[in-house]
Design a protein. Sequence first.
Length: 126
Amino acid sequence: MKPLVYKKGKRVRHQPPVRQKLHITKGDTVQLISGEEKGKRGTVLRVQPKTGRVVVQGMNLVKRHRRATPQTEAGIVTMEAPIHHSKVMLIDPKSGEPTRIRRRKDMDGTVERIAVKSDQPIPRNR
């Protein structure tokens, strides 16, 4: 019979999240393409490139219980929760319909977003 030998396990190192290149920026008008609020439109409030999520105004509302602080009082606060960027589509500026986008480099080297349906450039709201 073999003697029981305890071996030290390998140390697991977690990799930092990879920053994703998103097709949506803050201030864009988007439409939800799946989920409970499918078809609704809203404005992007925040973009989280590390997690690949966006916060859309008035969508995916959740309630949070807040503790009282010297500046605010306690209560239940309704706020928007992040949604994965693949669940929203950008609105075409010409037709007003949701569209996919592609990227094109201008002569001066800047990258602009182009609506696939209408070939119209979509300006970045910065």
